[in-house]
Every structure is written in C-alpha cells, then in structure tokens.
Design a binder for this molecule. Structure first.
Ligand code: KIV
Length: 257
C-alpha cells in the first residue's frame, strides 16, 4: 500500500501518476492498473452529480463517494478533497472536517486549495496527524473571485508554494500554470508537484478520469483523451436496443432451461 512517504520519496526519481475516482468499480480498475494515487476530487460535483461547478459539493457527498472509492483501492494512496467551506472557516472546524473525511472514508490524506492563507490551517491538520496535499494555481473553488477558469501566471505562486511546504504538505497540485512557472515551483520546493495543465516538468500528473475516458462534454486543452467514451458507450447501447428490438437478445444461451 502506497503512503504519503512513498509519494514524497518519488520526487526526482520517477514520475508520480494519479487520477480521480469517485466510486468502487472505477477505483478497482484504476488501482489494478498501477496508479500511485487515487484522488476523490470535488470535481465529483461536476462529473458525477451534475452541478455547474464544485461549490455546491458537501462534506456528506464527499464522504459517501470516498467510502465507496476506498473499498476499491488496495495499493494506491487514497487522497480526498475538502469541499468548499469545509475549511477556510474556523481552524478548529476545518481540522474536525478533515478528520471526518479521514475517519469516515478511510482515505490517507486530504487535499485543500489555497496558498499562504491556509498555511495555519494545514499546520493544525498536521498536528492532528492528518497529511495534507496543497493545491495552487487555478483553484476552482475560488472561481467567483478569479472570474473564470483561467491560466494563473503570477510569479508569487513560487512564494505560495514555499509557504505550503513550510506548513508541512507532502505534495502540491499545480493547476493551469504555464510550464516555465511550474518548473520554477518544482525546483523551489522539496515536495513533489503534481501538474494538471502545468506542463511536463512537474514531478507527476493527475487528470480527471471522466475527461481522460472522453465521458465529459468538455474538451480541455491540457487533457488527452485516451478513449472516446461517450461515443463507445452510446454505440454499445444502440447495439443493445437494436438486438432487443430485432429479437437478437437474449439468445437461447443467455437464459435458463
Ligand atoms: O477535484 C479535482 O478533481 C481536482 C483536480 C486537481 C484533479 O482538484
């Protein structure tokens, strides 16, 4: 079973590879494929629950999907997202919510968005024995403040990354950051950086599984589709409909004497 230490020790040696997962079956498939970590992201809200953005996702929804995902994972490190307003509130409440995610789902670490402003919260979580992954660059929970899903180019991200490293994170997501800046951040911190739309110089990569499989409508510049999932599934269902309507399903073998 991989741990936060496994991930930390991979920096500079081998690329770290992770994907999101939100349920038991997909987690089992992804875990068996040999990923280093699985991540129950709050992207759950957009890809599984049909919300417009990640803001409505609740702690209870994360716990529900986190538990299901946990049952499918044997080897990969399981990390779970803290949803909007489950932190950046009173530090005691943030630590309690992080603790609930760990205790009730069986995940090994939490991830939260933000820079210097969450450093004290992260320190308090680590004092409570909860490992934390950071997330800077495009932070989707701040979508109204940022004003859209835009590439984040500010050099100050280097200082934000260092502040999170000092607070004790074991790794750091860089989302939608130009590749040169991501490289500078990767060189500036001793913890591994995991890119999503942040170029190839990060210590690892993560993608949303539904994007990779072509299940989502959205076509993101930084995401490679390894399957045209919508098309493949629709074609399988059309074949099923046709078989039933034409009397081709079920056959004699697909029933009982
Ligand atoms: O919620 C999510 O899926 C994320 C990405 C960084 C993978 O935060």
């Amino acid at each position: 079973m991989k741990t936060t230490e496994t991930i930390r020790s991979m920096k500079g040696k081998e690329k770290i590879v992770g994907l999101t997962a939100y349920d038991y079956q997909m987690a089992q498939i992804l875990d068996r494929a040999g990923l280093d970590f699985l991540f129950v992201g709050d992207s759950l809200g957009m890809v599984c629950l049909g919300y417009e953005n990640t803001l409505p996702v609740t702690l209870e929804e994360m716990i529900h999907h986190g538990k299901a995902t946990r049952r499918g994972v044997k080897e990969a490190l399981l990390i779970i997202d803290m949803p909007f307003l489950s932190y950046k509130v009173r530090i005691e409440d943030s630590v309690y919510n992080a603790g609930r995610l760990i205790k009730e789902t069986g995940a090994s670490a939490v991830k939260l968005e933000g820079g210097k402003e969450v450093a004290a919260t992260i320190k308090a979580m680590i004092l409570a024995d909860i490992p934390v992954m950071g997330h800077i660059g495009l932070t989707p929970q701040a979508i109204h403040k940022i004003g859209g899903y835009k590439v984040q180019r500010q050099e100050s991200l280097i200082d934000e990354a260092k502040a999170l490293e000092d607070a004790g994170i074991f790794s750091l997501i860089l989302e939608c950051v130009p590749r040169d800046l991501a490289e500078k951040i990767t060189e500036a911190v001793s913890v591994p950086t995991i890119g999503i739309g942040a170029g190839s110089k990060c210590d690892g990569q993560v993608l949303v599984i539904n994007d990779l499989l072509g299940l989502t409508e959205r076509k993101l510049k930084f995401c490679r589709r390894y399957l045209d999932g919508q098309k493949e599934i629709a074609s399988a269902i059309q074949r099923f409909i046709e078989d039933v309507r034409k009397g081709g399903f079920p056959s004699e073998d697909e029933g009982f004497d």
